[in-house]
Every structure is written in C-alpha cells, then in structure tokens.
Design a protein around this ligand. Structure first.
Ligand SMILES: [Zn+2]
Ligand SMILES: [Zn+2]
Length: 324
C-alpha cells in the first residue's frame, strides 16, 4: 500500500509498505478520507514513529467478517470497555489502555490501517465521505467541551460567550454552542478569512487581545498561551474558561488582579465519549450546508506534502486527503 512517512523537519515522504495485519479483535480499514488536523504539525515538525492521521473515515475490508463493507469512522482512543472510566461512558479516558490511533498506533495518512473493532463508529449512508471526518475533532471534540461545562453556565442565563481561534475546531465550537442553545457568541482570530467565515456562522468579532469585555463562557480553541492567559482575565466571575486547543510548550502565567480576585472555573476537556456520537450525527445531518463550508478541498496522497505545508501556514481550514 501507499503511505506517508513523517521523518520530521517539516517533511513528508511517500513510501510503499506492506498491508497491515489486523491483530485479534481488529479489522482492516480501507481509508477513504483523512482530514488534516492542526495537531499533526507536531509530528510534521518533530517526526513520528507511526503513520500520523487521526480523523479517519473508511470502509472495513475484511471478507467474511460481519463488519465487511461497513462505512466507519475511527474513534481514536483504544478503550477496554470495563475499567471505572469506561463503565461511566468515559471511553476517551480509559484507565487501562492509553493508546490513540494516529499517535501511538498507525493512523490514516495511508491507504489501509488496522482498527480495533470497538473503535469503529458506523456512518449512516446519507452522511457523505467528505463530511464524515468532521464528526470527530470538529464536531465531537467541541460538542463534548460545551456539554461538559453547560451545567456551570446554563445557556438560558444572560451573558456573552467567546470562542478564541476560528480554525476548524473554533468554527465547530460556534456551531456546538448554537446547537446547545447559546446566543450572543463572539469570536477572535488573527486571520481575516477565518473571521469572515465565523461571522457567516453567526458569531460577532472580538478583537484579539482586547480585555475590556467580560465573557461568562470562553471556549479556547487556538492553543495560544496569550489567548489562554487573557481568557483567565476576561472570564466573568462564576464563568468558565474551557481549554480545547493544545500546546506542548511551557505556559508561564503572570497572575494579576483580574485573574486572582474572582471565582471562576478553568476546565480542560479531551476528545469525546463514544456515547456522544449518535447525537452528533444528527447535528451534521441537519446542518450539512454549513459544515460543508469547512471542507476546502480533497486531494490525493501525492499532494500531501504540499497540501500539509499550505494547511500548516493557515491557508486552508479543513482539507482532506482522499483515496478514491
Ligand atoms: Zn485532531
Ligand atoms: Zn477502560
């Protein structure tokens, strides 16, 4: 099969590799779409031991198996199903296994991968290939973040909400907030095209770095330390700052009065519980026109090195690698 290799230093090489051999409890998935994700800039820069790519949609290719031919997304946390977290439905925080597809096990920048059966999320036929990967990071992760903090800042109460970072996660966050009943949504980003897209989704602009307005809920999707630190200052008393964006670098925080002299919640969320999936499919189903606008382009594997560089430079919102 054809696969991509990430040796580091912003390079991607194309290679041939033997077909993966599924272990017990796994099936072979023929990849149809893998969405590019900002978090893949890490393996792009630093290199990866396994094939990256973690927003994966494909078709089970395991003749004779009951799942053969099943259109499926890959739920990336491999989970045991019986630890304390899994029993609570928190399959994204399994305490027995701590493996992510595309990070610790080979992912979707390849024609095939082996997937544990419990990580297959069946995709209904009316959800087209190009939209299916949005159900993972774009919809799943942001919907979970908002659902997790909702009891602390109920949608029916007054007060503005801010999304920082208008990439695919931030845009997904705007839709998640709207779907869960929030109004008065603001957005900040440095890129004009992204702000314009966010505006067309119904959010109002908030200047990056502005500390004059307070927000009862801030969904931080940029991963930028400046946005996180400012979020602590401009979150309203009793409000919530929820960190969704990722950042591997040390985060020095200069505490000041705006941070210290109030009660507020700072929350981290990760991915989503597998049980959220069915509700998220309904969101996508009834709002396809908007979600479709996030997908810039589909391209074939030979274009991955160039498209990834353009994506990392912020030129594209959610391009997809397609194997057709
Ligand atoms: Zn991702
Ligand atoms: Zn578990």
């Amino acid at each position: 099969m054809h696969t991509a290799v990430f040796p580091g230093e912003r390079r991607i090489m194309l290679a041939e590799a033997p077909l993966p051999v599924p272990a017990a409890g796994e099936v072979l998935l023929r990849v149809r779409r893998t969405a590019l994700c900002g978090s893949d800039t890490k393996p792009w820069v630093k290199g990866a031991k396994v094939t990256p790519g973690h927003e994966i949609f494909g078709i089970v290719e395991q003749p004779g198996h009951r799942l053969h031919g099943q259109r499926s997304l890959v739920y990336i946390p491999v989970f045991c199903g019986h630890c304390a977290s899994c029993r609570l439905g928190d399959t994204h925080m399994c305490q027995t296994l701590s493996l992510l597809m595309g990070w610790d096990k080979p992912g979707g920048y390849a024609e095939y991968l082996a997937v544990p059966e419990q990580c297959l999320l069946p995709v209904p036929d009316d959800i087209e290939d190009d939209l299916a990967p949005l159900l993972l990071d774009t919809i799943g992760t942001t919907a979970h973040a908002v659902r997790f903090v909702m009891p602390l800042v109920p949608p029916a109460e007054p007060g503005a909400v801010l999304v920082t970072g208008a990439g695919p996660v931030g845009l997904g966050g705007i839709v998640a907030l709207q779907n869960l009943g929030y109004r008065d949504i603001f957005v900040s980003d440095l890129k004009e095209e992204r702000l314009a897209l966010a505006e067309s989704f119904g959010a109002r602009r908030h200047p990056v770095g502005d500390a004059t307005q307070k927000f009862r809920l801030i969904v931080e999707c940029s991963g930028a330390h400046a946005a996180r630190s400012l979020g602590m200052e401009i979150v309203a008393p009793r409000g919530v700052l929820v960190l969704v964006g990722e950042n591997d670098n040390p985060w020095p925080v200069q505490e000041n009065k705006a941070i210290r002299r109030k009660d507020f919640h700072m929350v981290r969320t990760f991915y989503f519980p597998v049980g959220d999936f069915a509700a998220n499919v309904e969101w996508l189903r009834r709002d396809k026109t908007r979600y479709r606008r996030l997908v810039d382009t589909c391209f074939a594997l030979p274009a991955l090195p160039e498209m990834f560089a353009r994506f990392a430079a912020g030129e594209l919102v959610k391009p997809m690698l397609a194997f057709d």
